[in-house]
Design a binder for this molecule. Sequence first.
Ligand code: ADP
Ligand code: MG
Length: 331
Amino acid sequence: MKISDLGEFGLIERIAPLFNNLMTLDIKGIGDDCAVLPMDDKYNLVVTTDMLIEGVHFLKDKITPNELGHKVLAVNLSDIAAMGATPIASFLSFALPDNTDVQYIDDFMSGYHSLSQKYNTPLLGGDTVKSDKNLVFNVTLIGKVEKEKVRLRNMAQNGDIIAVTDYLGDSAAGLNAILNDINTPTAENLKKKHTMPHPHINEGLWLSNQLGVNAMMDVSDGLASDIKHILRASKKNASIELTQIPLSNDYLKYIEENNLNKYEFSTSGGEDYCLLLTISKDRFEEISKRYHNKFNKELFNIGEVCDGKGEISFFNNGQKVEKSKDGFTHF
Ligand code: ADP
Ligand code: MG
């Protein structure tokens, strides 16, 4: 059997139980955006790690080193945000071919440092090794969260509204523009969303302070894939109304200009790094109003949680549609 037969999540499920005997009840291990460990009487520690590899996660000539330094930290900050936590510090490891320009790493560190500064997160260590050919960057981030405020994927309740904190699909459309060398002003805006994602740290912190905000995670693989993690962990089903998925003006323009399906990138694209959360129905209106006042952005209602075992149904104007490899088709 090869790794490809198992898939990423199959492999993780194979690894996880090996350590059950070493776990204690006050630790949350593999399976959420961060691991959660007790820190002191008031706080839990949260820890996450994510790796970016040249040729797999980025193309060296399609992203500037400054943007890459921002992105590798942003994707980790996004997992801290998903727990409702505050970042504390980061660790950064490089594997570099020895002909890498020093200027490249200086520019990478400049992007990394700017975002660290923004979220008051010092770099405390890492590892530096030689690589044969490709650049590899790995970040480990630690954060803290008040014990009762941590938001996990298994906290969704029947009847919850499913919400997202940003437009979906911009990043995937940006990647499409990068790969197809499309350079219109619209495409340039979308490319920026792909190369310089905004980690929703302040939004996650604010949301974790609201009674009625239940499960939370970040959107890294795409809505259709990510929501399944909440549903499986919470043992619930969900219905998503495609027409309620928030799409930016740039996205809609790009999709039309390039004759693409508007639900493909917005449900399956990934790398939007906004938050996906569930909120008690009776609290949604009030929370979304205050969220708007606070951030001058919308909390978008895209569907509902119901009883079940981890299944997701998509609707288009109330009509059930099926998601297949080629997009959405009516039954
Ligand atoms: P995210 O997209 O939020 O970073 P992933 O989908 O990468 O999360 O990982 C899902 C879960 O599996 C996380 O809890 C992560 O820590 C864990 N995980 C991923 N790879 C490994 C590994 N090689 N060993 C142990 N745990 C892993
Ligand atoms: Mg995540």
